[in-house]
Design a protein around this ligand. Structure first.
Ligand SMILES: [Zn+2]
Length: 127
């Protein structure tokens, strides 16, 4: 099961913020890389920038990770697999020439947008 397939509120806020700043992008575009399919939350195809908004719980944000009380082994395995998949996605993207930006869902949308704006060259937001 994908932890981050649904369009979450932090993603929506970040997308609105990016739009407000004039950036144009694709959302949930599946990238068919040589080794795996990756579906970043926000994609700038021209400059080849992939953005993920990682949920604190699933992706194990160091500030907010919590451990469910019951079924510890089950959760540990689930979290391990989620984080391992993140790293495989990062590696596959980097190998294919993509820049990966990950922001935590707890990050202020304006701060996250600034981080992204700093990487996207002006005038090359969509193509
Ligand atoms: Zn967090």
């Amino acid at each position: 099961m994908r932890a981050n397939r649904v369009d979450t509120k932090p993603e929506r806020l970040l997308r609105s913020e990016l739009h407000r700043r004039g950036l144009r992008f694709r959302k949930n575009l599946r990238l068919d890389l040589e080794r795996r399919h990756v579906r970043p939350d926000i994609v700038f195809p021209g400059p080849a920038i992939a953005v993920f908004v990682d949920g604190c719980f699933w992706h194990r944000c160091p500030k907010h990770l919590s451990w469910p009380q019951a079924n510890a082994a089950f959760w540990e395995e689930k979290f391990r697999r989620t984080v391992a998949r993140d790293r495989l996605d990062d590696a596959a993207l980097a190998e294919a020439g993509w820049k990966v930006i990950r922001v935590w869902e707890h990050e202020d949308p304006a701060d996250a947008a600034s981080k992204i704006c700093a990487e996207v060259p002006v005038g090359h937001t969509l193509r």
